[in-house]
Write a protein of this length. Structure first.
Ligand code: 3PG
Length: 218
């Protein structure tokens, strides 16, 4: 079954209203995935992005996709091969830093909802032509930050974004206050040092703080 870009965006908009922050996870050891997923879930962040940047990522997705209440997607999905591997591992969505026609076609054919990346008006308009109206704004902080995203809301109010890249506990609320932001993504919720220490309590607290952030939620 194939999913349309419009339906993919609808799906992503729906799940991303569950929490203001989507943790971006770089998992080195799949054996940590259950405890990490549960800490984030208990903190109030049920939508997780596991980046395909480590050899453990696909196994971690498999583990997390079995956790009740967790919705896990694959991040750093760059091409059809990544999309297939993500789907096979149980990812319920794919996130990309940008977008290519090949990736869009592959995710459509795989029935894998895609959150594609855009940072300029032209990139956003091209994705809108495909049917996407929810996009990752990446890399957010170095691309003009919240001010740039606010400016895009003027001519492109029909597009919502999930900014990621340089988002922190300190600057996230600037983004979440914008009318065209549904949620923001970031890796600060699960720092490698805390995962290595298996400090699940501290990660749960970071997640709880993020889950409480005020959001305009369009
Ligand atoms: C990424 O894909 O790396 C995300 O955008 C996370 O960026 P961050 O590490 O700056 O939060």
């Amino acid at each position: 079954m194939a999913i349309t870009a419009h339906n993919a965006s609808q799906f992503m908009r729906r799940i991303c209203t569950a929490a203001p922050i989507m943790p971006v996870l770089v998992i080195k050891d799949a054996n940590t995935a259950t405890d990490l997923g549960l800490a984030l879930l208990r903190g109030g962040l049920p939508i997780l992005e596991v980046t395909l940047r480590t050899p453990a990522a696909l196994d971690a997705i498999k583990v997390m996709s079995d956790l009740p209440g967790v919705t896990v997607g694959a991040g750093t999905v760059l091409n059809a091969k990544d999309a297939e591997a993500a789907k096979d591992a149980g990812a319920q969505f794919a996130v990309a830093p940008g977008a290519t026609d090949n990736l869009i076609e592959a995710c459509t054919a795989l029935d894998l909802p895609l959150l594609p990346g855009a940072v300029t008006a032209s990139e956003a308009m091209q994705l809108l032509d495909h049917g996407f109206d929810f996009m990752k704004f990446f890399p957010a902080e170095t691309s003009g930050g919240a001010a740039a995203l606010k400016a895009l809301a003027g001519p492109l109010p029909q597009i919502a974004f999930c900014p990621t890249g340089g988002i922190t506990a300190q600057n996230a609320t600037q983004y979440l206050a914008l009318p065209n932001v549904i949620c923001a993504g970031g890796s600060w919720i699960a720092p490698a040092s805390l995962v290595e220490q298996k400090n699940w309590g501290a990660i749960q607290q970071l997640a709880a703080d993020a889950a409480q952030m005020p959001s305009s939620k369009i």
